[in-house]
Design a protein around this ligand. Structure first.
Ligand SMILES: [Zn+2]
Length: 305
């Protein structure tokens, strides 16, 4: 994990936007070292929107980015897959302002990165190493980063619903644990909330094909991919939101009852708290530059639903 990485070749997929229900084509293209992750609106003369905290846009049920007159919505699942699979530099072209929702998880994006392949670039990667605790609370919602030699996430949720009164999980984040334990976990929503969103012209693309829908006592979908799929999806969301820091994290993230608003406010606070972390540059192995990297892919057994 020393050199920056990009894709070996371009790949694309098509799907629908969760909120608009419109068809959108997504193309991932290789990019040079220090390019970072940038969205490109091909329908807006190639307007670039870097995936960084400084370009945060609307945050409600998903994370959005904006620059000048353009925006992109629902970026978090794609960003979680790219950042956790170590794709530091990539150009993401979209012909519509929403990343396709696919099956509501990050597994289709893992598959896409696997198809493209990953290679090392001739530049060292820099890590954001946490040296002092950073915390943020909003009411009964909390999030914090603590020093740790590797990236770890502990997430807990509690809702007033019989299926998810309390769920908690800790994961040491690496490519293998991400693709098998986190990437397949799908978006979830409450039926009564979805009806309200539809009345406001949102969630028009939402269905049991791309979200777990919770009724009063259970799920409308036939099965879950994991018993605790809900908290796993929250980990997926926070990984995507923390990708906006622009550096992989070395630290222990602990969150309770968070959502995109808290995650992204926290990412902004982390970047401001410059005394609480330092950038650590990895040592580059010149022999490894250009060499392909093995990309794990989510096993089919995990995707049953
Ligand atoms: Zn999500």
């Amino acid at each position: 994990m020393s050199a920056q990485r990009t894709l070996r070749r371009s790949v694309s997929c098509a799907g629908i936007g969760l909120h608009s229900g419109n068809k959108v084509t997504l193309v991932l293209k290789p990019a040079p070292a220090d390019y970072g992750i940038r969205f490109v609106r091909t329908d807006l003369a190639g307007l670039e929107i870097p995936a960084t905290v400084t370009h945060l846009g609307g945050i409600s049920y998903a994370t959005g980015l904006a620059r000048e007159t353009g925006s992109v919505e629902t970026v978090e699942h794609l960003l979680a897959a790219l950042s956790t699979l170590g794709v530091d530099n990539v150009r993401i072209e979209l012909d519509y302002p929403e990343v396709p929702i696919m099956d509501g998880s990050a597994a289709p994006f893992v598959y896409l990165v696997h198809e493209a392949g990953v290679k090392r670039l001739p530049a060292p990667r820099r890590y954001l190493k946490v040296v002092r605790p950073i915390t943020l609370s909003q009411g009964d919602k909390h999030i914090a980063l603590y020093p740790s030699d590797y990236f770890k996430v502990t997430y807990s949720i509690s809702f007033d619903h019989p299926l998810l009164r309390h769920q908690s999980r800790t994961i040491r984040v690496n490519e293998e644990t991400f693709v098998e334990e986190i990437a397949p976990a799908r978006t979830f929503g409450f039926l009564k909330e979805i009806e309200m969103l539809r009345q406001r012209g949102l969630a028009l693309g939402g269905s049991l094909e791309n979200a777990i829908v919770l009724g009063e006592t259970g799920v409308l979908n036939h099965t879950l991919r994991f018993e605790d799929e809900f908290v796993r999806h929250k980990i997926l969301d926070v990984l995507g939101d923390l990708a906006l820091l622009g550096y992989p994290v070395m630290g222990h993230l602990v969150a309770h009852r968070g959502g995109h608003a808290l995650h992204t406010a926290f990412a902004a606070k982390v970047l401001e708290d410059t005394h609480a972390w330092k950038l650590v540059e990895a040592t580059l192995d010149p022999a490894a530059v250009g060499a392909p990297v093995r990309v794990p892919v989510t096993s089919a057994a995990r995707l049953a639903s």
